[in-house]
Design a protein around this ligand. Sequence first.
Ligand SMILES: Cc1cc2nc3c(=O)[nH]c(=O)nc-3n(C[C@H](O)[C@H](O)[C@H](O)COP(=O)(O)O)c2cc1C
Length: 173
Amino acid sequence: MKNLIAYFSREGNNYVGGSIVDLSVGNTEIAAKMIHELTGGDLFRIDAVKKYPANYDETTKVAKAELRQNVRPELKAHMDNMDEYGLIFLGYPNWWDTMPMIVFTFLEGYDFSGKTIVPFCTNEGSGMGRSESDIRKLCPGATVLKGLPITGEGVKRAGNEIKAWLKELRLID
Ligand SMILES: Cc1cc2nc3c(=O)[nH]c(=O)nc-3n(C[C@H](O)[C@H](O)[C@H](O)COP(=O)(O)O)c2cc1C
């Protein structure tokens, strides 16, 4: 069975290290690619048909409304070979203390029974929030390993932290 690294990341106008900056590559995408370097496997970008606003504040409002209304945004691309994967790294930014709702759509779209999900999340201080318990609720048949929270500001220097986490989980030597 192969490894999959599935992630959602929103580049552009974002809140990092306490200020608004423009990211050419999203923080979670940077972390996803670092994990990919260490573990191999396939990368899959989780994306919504409807684009989030370019502006950070606008995005926080849209995201809050989606969370409150328990919306399931439509996925832009689907995977047709989830059966081939046993270990799924799942990456996302912390949005309002959990995953963006598009990640909920992704988790409900496939059968993760018998698979292992390894979450990682970039954030501005809320860590994993309640995302891990949300993943367990959405994927009751999956094993969910201990997630890694990474601050957006520190993501480019997170190589050693990522390595130590993967070693602790016995996913790399
Ligand atoms: C809609 C929205 C909501 C957010 N909510 C939180 C939050 O509740 N806690 C937190 O620590 N960071 C929050 N953030 C900050 C992001 O988690 C952080 O900037 C992250 O690194 C962005 O990752 P990305 O570049 O991969 O999208 C939020 C950002 C956005 C856009």
